[in-house]
Design a protein around this ligand. Sequence first.
Ligand code: FE
Ligand code: FE
Ligand code: ZN
Length: 277
Amino acid sequence: MLRIGCHLSSSKGFLAMAQTAQSIGANTFQFFTRNPRGGAAKEWIQSDIDAMLAFMAGADIATPLAHAPYTLNACAAEEGIRSFALNTMKDDLQRLERIPGVMYNFHPGSHVKQGAEKGIELIADTLNRVLWQEQSTTVLLETMAGKGSEIGRSFEELRRILDRVELSEKMGVCLDTCHVWDGGYDIAEHLEEVLQEFDDVIGLCRLKAVHLNDSMNVCGSHKDRHEKIGKGNIGMYAFERIINHPKLRDLPFYLETPNELSGYAEEIALLRNLFHI
Ligand code: FE
Ligand code: FE
Ligand code: ZN
């Protein structure tokens, strides 16, 4: 069965997200843990979480993927920005214990002139301070396009972070199709080789989720501009192969394409049609 959903606004709460997911034909979804631009998070209402979990069980909607605010930078040069990232991740991970089986995806960060090695060190250091032995949430590093000084532009950079994390069994990776494409991995013409490389460098056992986005730019552009599925340079045929690939087809897929809800509903229906049962 194809597990697919999209990024949804959390402004109306948890139950509302699960209901919205169902209304657009999704059977999972992604949400920001707080305002994506950062700042204080609203209180999470336990009855709302419980209502979401009950609704999801009845509607066969899988546990959502939580996304950290994309403004977090765990490897900033400024100590204040780093400690904001640290405290936000700590708080998010505490909260997420209330959603059984949830995973928490974040952008590793931008090293801003400190160099990739220093950036990797700082990110791993942050992770070593926020992860704890008894936590149930798996934390995912997202593959990045390599815009500016973004860390995570190559599988090797993610591997080097993972190598430094003490509780690395709590860690996984989320592959963003637009980002890896923009990062220089040709998943349109060479999907098999890219997955082999992922397996050799990181290990496919670490791959826990896929962000499905087409790209407005060419492979290796390091731009990070998402496009609707089939309307960009990756192309429909590549997405058909991605969702059906034996090494990917059982993973949850999340759309982050430039769409309103109706556009997401169309893309979900389209991809379901392309999924081989
Ligand atoms: Fe992301
Ligand atoms: Fe993404
Ligand atoms: Zn992106």
